[in-house]
Every structure is written in structure tokens, then in C-alpha cells.
Design a protein. Structure first.
Length: 659
């Protein structure tokens, strides 16, 4: 196999630590001028107009950034626009009504295509329907829906009438839904009867009904999408409406997009994370949309002619930003897939990429490691030559997984962007620009032009190259969350206090540990709270995990510490899954322990290594360390409803028992 430069890809992959984007990619890239970094720096914050220029504004803004009340920043003040207009109408007006906006693939291989005209029509109908139910501007509408086209349609219908949406991931419990609705004081709910998961019909409506029983203030109206038809009958209570009946009653009706101030709320997103109280992140119309459109353009290199697939669930920020708002703002075709990657078989993703000639594919390292574990024969069965760019997000990617992705999915021809960002940041912050920068596997890259990231020590001083520190952002950015809904105090406390002084609250602490190299490339080490104390020393679990996944045959690792003793010392527990077909024996266990000793330090060596077929993950693919900690400590497991693969818990408990 050759990478186009004539050099054997196999050999290069084994040795190289840097990779340049192929010439053919650079030639066609949306952004290819290296000078863009300087240009943005010299011209900050006006540089962000380049992002705002990707949008159509009803009223032009008069100030790019208003920082008079930091950290309550305002972007593009005085401007007004409508997000749905930007994602739909303007493409129809530009003569692209028959271009595919959404391509949806169901679990049974059925496909639905919504052109921009189709989307225009249905979003309008549903917007009219929502209004007729009484939804007014600024009323929060909660969406508790699986991966059906009606989810982005409902989001855009809300945006059209200026009603912020609050999407609660369908895998979450009734409790989480009720909490989200209470906190957002949301009186409207759009949900579905159910959805398919691995071939089985799953009841969502009953969970929603349970949540509604818990609401103190009750609910005004509920709209139910009938996904399962005869497979699951559902009952519509008082003030509950069938989605299709509602829109059929409004066939062909339209509503003027409501002009929203740039700073008006576009949506709320409650994150529960793996610990702690739910936080309602408030995102706004102008800054958010500009940021996600710009990063879709500059980092994902999206063109209107592309078919883009971000495999995240739309219930997460990744899906909001890079399945819905970013790609649609640019007039691209965005893919949605209802099913799971391994059903009916482990080549499902590649079959879809092949069938739909996907150009840009964006997924999470945890998925890539699963693909790697399943083996290359699954992608090899398909023609993946339509791919031009690959992306990852959500957690650190180890170099081995990066290289596997680059080789077996990208065939050495596609740049890989490792994008660091958060629900809080709204859009990408740190990544290589694929048409500009050299890539380093395992290293996210430099901050995007105009983004000011610094890795600092406890005193807020920049660390030397290669030293671990805290990831901070020292200038605001357009896509940033504006507050935690209803809790300005906590917004300041949690994100702006740590590294800012009293006079100046302008340093954002992301909660992640990182290092930065001589070239200014940032390696994200993971959440700072995933730091354990062993033998009196603090060490990031991520460091130990990356040593372990470097062992031949290991697919994934999660390291936790058991309860600390009086001196604060804990024992290191490693949970390890192996590549498929790889047997588990003491020799492997020894190699793991030795490698940690060699690579890091003897004190960091895991005292216990537990082999498990799979590690427990949240729906967004984050390993549930809290749960693994509880297992290691023999504690009560508590709520496991946020897990994507609850069956792993029993397997791990019995593996621990066998030790
Ligand atoms: C946390 C944010 C942003 C969309 C997905 C998750 C981790 C994210 C990377 C990356 C290393 C990453 C960080 C971050 N993270 N991207 N490329 N390399 N770590 O959003 O649930 O808000 O999680 O995910 O720890 O803080 P989220």
C-alpha cells in the first residue's frame, strides 16, 4: 500500500511520528494559508468576523465582542439572525432546494432523504404546529427523541420560532428527563413512542410518561412521533398529540423565521457527565452558529457538495454542532444513523460509508478502538475511497488507534483531525487545520486560529514544553456557553475562578490536564479529576492507561484507584479489554504491569489487572470510571442507567471476583 508519495505506508506508519496532509487534499482545502494564524492573532477579536460572514444576518452586528461584563461575554452584539433560516431557507433561495440536507439510515437499512425543500416544508409545518400549541418565543421545548429525522426537524422548528430547545438524550432515564424539564421550566415535550436498538423495539414513551408524573408544575403539551408503528402501540393522554396528525393538519403552512438577537438563547444542553449535578449550558444564536459553521468549514473542510457523517447521537453537543447546525449552515448533506455499529454486523459503519459515498467521517476514539479490536477485515470488505477527511473527538486518542484509523479507514490519503472541545465550548477549539498543519498522532494540535489556549501550572504560569499542566483558555470565543442556566454564580465558580484573579475573570479553566510541545501542539491528557494519589504522588490515570494500551493485544484500558488509606495512598486497579481473539493469560498481565513500571514508574504499576470483554461506557463513549471505582472498592453501584452497555457490569464484577 502506498500513501501517494511512493513511500510504503506500512513502513512509514511504524516509524513516523508526524504526517503531512496529502498535496491533493491541500489543493482543495477550504483553508490552506499558513498565515491564517498570524492574521487572526493580529486582528483579534475582529478575526472572528470571518466566522460571522459565513452566516446571513437580518441586522448586522455593531460590536464583535463586548467584554465589559466578563465572564458574561457577548458576541456580535446588535446583530440579529435566525438559525433555521441560515440552515434551510437560504439554501432553498440559492436554488439548492433539491439538494439532500439529511440522509437518514434506519436500523433495517431503510433510507430516507430530506432535500432542503423537504426540510423547509416539514420544519415550517412543525413550527406552525408548535405555535398553535402555544409555544412562544423563549419558551423552552424539551426534545426527548431517538435518532429519527424528526429530532433535527424539531430542533430547527424551535429555532425558527425563537423557542430554545433542550434535547435530553433518549438513553437517559425518566429521572434525568424530569430534572432537565424542571430546571429549564420547560412545559413542552416532543418525544417518540420508542426506537430500535439492536433489532429490538424499545419503549421511550413509557419513560417519558413516568418523567411527566414527577413534574411539579406539570406539562402543557406533549407531541409523540410514531417511530415503531404497529410494533409498539402507545396511548396518547390528554394534551398529547400525534406528530404526523399535527403536521398533516398544517400541510404547506409556513411561518416567518423569527429574527433573534445574536445573544438570544438558541438551546440549552444539560450535561450530567459521569458525576455531579446536571448543568444547563446556555448557548446563543449568533456566536454559536458562527463558531460551528466556521469550524465545520475550516477544520472539517466541509463543502456543500459533501456527504458528512458525524456518528455521535444528536442528543449530545457533538451531534448538535456537527450533525445539525454546522453542516446545515454550510448547505452540506448530513448523515444520520439510527442503529449501532455492530448490528447486524461489525461492518455496518463501513457499509454505510460505502453505500452513501461519505466524504467526511467524524467519530470518537472509543469507537475507533472498537473497530480496531474487531479487526480490519470489516472495513476491508468495503470501498471507502469516497472518504477525504477523518475526525475524532471526545477523549484522547492513543497513537496506535490514530494510526489504525489513518491506515485502515483513510488508506493513508485522508488527514485525521483530532479535535478537542467541550459542551461548554460549543465547537472545536484545538485541532490541526487539515489543509495547513502537520499531524502528530495522539496530539490534538495547535489551538485554532483566534483561540488562545495555555497550559499552566497551579500558579497560572505557563508550563515548559512537555510538562503536564492545566488546560486554560485565555480569551473568549464565539461558541462559548454564556452561563449555566439559572446559576450565574456557579458559572463563575466552576469555570472562571480557578485561574483568574479578582479583577479579571477572563481565564477559563477547562478541567482538563494537558501538555504542550515546542511547536505549540497540545496533547490533552484527560480530566484533571481523573488524577489518583499513589505512594504520595499524583498521577493522571490517562498516563497509565496509555502505557497499557501500548501493550500488544490490548484494546482498551481504564485505570482507577481504590479507596485511599489514612496516608492518602491508593492502589492502582487496571481494567483491560483485549483485541478480539487475543487470549488472556498471566504473561499478558505481567507485560502490562512491567510496561507501566518501565514507561512511568514502579509506583504506578497496577496492583490488580482485571480483564473484561468490554469496559462500561456512557452513551457518549466515556468510560465510566466512577463505576469501576465502586467495583474496585466493593461499593454499591448506584445508577447505571447512563450506560451504553450495562451488561459489562456483571461481567466485570465476576472477573473481579475471580481474581
Ligand atoms: C471532554 C468534553 C466535545 C464533544 C464531545 C464531548 C474530552 C474531548 C478530546 C480530544 C482529548 C478530549 C476532554 C473534554 N475530550 N475531545 N480530542 N482529546 N480529550 O463533550 O462531554 O463536554 O466532554 O472530553 O476531557 O473536557 P463533553
Amino acid at each position: 500500500m502506498s500513501d501517494g508519495t511512493g513511500v510504503d505506508l506500512e513502513a512509514r506508519l511504524a516509524e513516523a511520528t508526524t504526517f503531512d496532509p496529502p498535496e491533493s487534499f491541500v489543493e482543495q482545502a477550504n483553508v490552506s494559508e499558513p498565515g491564517i494564524y498570524e492574521e487572526f492573532e493580529e486582528n483579534w477579536p475582529e478575526c472572528w468576523e470571518r466566522a460571522a460572514d459565513l452566516l446571513d444576518w437580518d441586522e448586522p452586528y455593531d460590536t464583535v465582542l463586548d467584554d465589559s461584563d466578563a465572564p458574561f461575554y457577548e458576541w456580535f452584539s446588535g446583530g440579529s439572525l435566525n438559525a433555521a433560516y441560515n440552515c434551510i431557507d437560504r439554501h432553498v433561495e440559492a436554488g439548492r432546494k433539491n439538494h439532500a440536507a439529511i440522509k437518514w439510515v434506519g436500523k433495517r437499512r431503510e433510507t430516507l432523504t430530506y432535500t432542503y425543500q423537504d426540510l423547509y416544508r416539514e420544519v415550517n409545518e412543525f413550527a406552525v404546529a408548535l405555535r398553535s400549541l402555544g409555544v412562544g418565543e423563549d419558551d423552552v421545548v424539551t426534545l426527548y427523541m431517538p435518532m429519527v429525522p424528526e429530532l433535527p426537524i424539531a430542533m430547527l422548528a424551535c429555532a425558527r420560532i425563537g423557542a430554545p430547545h433542550s434535547v435530553v438524550f433518549a438513553g437517559f432515564s425518566a429521572d434525568a428527563l424530569a430534572t432537565g424539564m424542571e430546571r429549564a421550566e420547560s412545559e413542552y415535550l416532543v418525544t417518540a413512542d420508542g426506537y430500535y436498538r439492536r433489532g429490538n423495539a424499545f419503549n421511550l414513551k413509557s419513560k417519558a410518561d413516568n418523567a411527566l408524573l414527577d413534574l411539579d408544575r406539570g406539562v402543557s403539551d406533549v407531541v409523540v412521533v410514531d417511530r415503531l408503528g404497529d410494533e409498539l402501540s402507545h396511548y396518547l393522554g390528554e394534551d398529547q398529540h400525534d406528530y404526523t396528525t399535527l403536521i398533516d393538519g398544517r400541510a404547506g403552512e409556513t411561518v416567518e423565521p423569527v429574527s433573534r438577537d445574536a445573544e438570544d438563547m438558541l438551546f440549552l444542553m444539560y450535561t450530567s457527565g459521569t458525576t455531579g449535578e446536571p448543568k444547563g449550558m446556555k448557548h446563543t444564536t449568533g456566536g454559536y452558529l458562527a463558531h460551528v459553521a466556521w469550524t465545520s468549514y475550516a477544520a472539517l473542510d466541509l463543502k456543500p457538495t459533501d456527504t458528512h457523517w458525524c456518528s455521535a447521537d444528536i442528543g449530545w453537543i457533538t451531534g448538535h454542532s456537527y450533525s445539525v447546525y454546522g453542516p446545515l449552515a454550510l448547505g452540506t448533506t448530513t448523515m444520520m444513523y439510527e442503529g449501532t455499529p455492530d448490528y447486524p454486523d461489525r461492518d455496518r459503519i463501513w457499509e454505510i460509508v460505502d453505500t452513501h459515498a461519505v466524504d467526511v467521517f467524524y467519530t470518537a476514539p472509543t469507537a475507533i478502538r472498537a473497530f480496531m479490536k474487531w479487526g480490519e477485515r470489516y472495513p476491508n470488505d468495503h470501498d471507502l475511497s469516497s472518504l477525504r477527511l477523518l475526525g475524532t473527538v471526545g477523549e484522547p486518542i492513543n497513537p496506535r488507534a490514530w494510526k489504525w484509523y489513518y491506515k485502515h479507514i483513510g488508506n493513508g490519503d485522508c488527514p485525521v483531525v483530532d479535535t478537542w472541545w467541550q459542551t461548554e465550548t460549543g465547537g472545536m477549539m484545538v485541532t490541526t487545520l487539515p489543509g495547513v498543519n502537520t499531524m502528530k498522532p495522539g496530539v490534538a494540535g495547535p489551538p485554532l486560529p483566534g483561540v488562545n489556549v495555555e497550559v499552566v501550572d497551579r500558579d497560572g504560569e505557563a508550563v515548559a514544553a512537555g510538562e503536564a499542566g492545566y488546560l486554560t483558555v485565555r480569551k473568549p470565543w464565539p461558541g462559548m456557553f454564556r452561563t449555566l442556566y439559572g446559576d450565574d454564580e456557579r458559572y463563575i465558580e466552576e469555570f472562571w475562578r480557578e485561574f483568574s484573579d479578582d479583577a479579571d475573570r477572563s481565564v477559563y479553566f477547562a478541567g482538563d490536564g494537558a501538555t504542550v510541545d515546542e511547536d505549540g501542539y497540545v496533547t490533552v491528557l484527560g480530566r484533571i479529576d481523573d488524577v489518583i494519589n499513589v505512594s504520595g504522588r499524583r498521577i493522571g490515570t490517562m498516563k497509565i492507561e496509555s502505557a497499557i494500551v501500548g501493550v500488544e493485544g490490548v484494546a482498551e484500558a481504564a485505570v482507577v484507584a481504590t479507596d485511599a488509606d489514612a496516608a492518602g495512598d491508593a492502589r492502582v486497579y487496571a481494567y483491560v479489554s483485549t483485541e478480539s481473539g487475543r487470549g488472556v493469560d498471566d504473561a499478558l498481565r505481567d507485560r502490562i504491569v512491567d510496561r507501566v513500571g518501565d514507561r512511568i514508574a514502579p509506583f504506578a504499576r497496577p496492583e490488580t489487572v482485571v480483564f473484561a470483554p468490554e469496559l462500561p461506557k456512557t452513551r457518549s463513549g466515556k468510560i465510566m470510571r466512577r463505576l469501576l471505582e465502586d467495583i474496585a472498592n466493593g461499593d454499591d453501584l448506584g445508577d447505571t442507567s447512563a450506560l451504553r452497555n450495562p451488561e459489562t457490569v456483571g461481567e466485570i464484577e465476576s472477573a473481579v471476583g475471580d481474581r
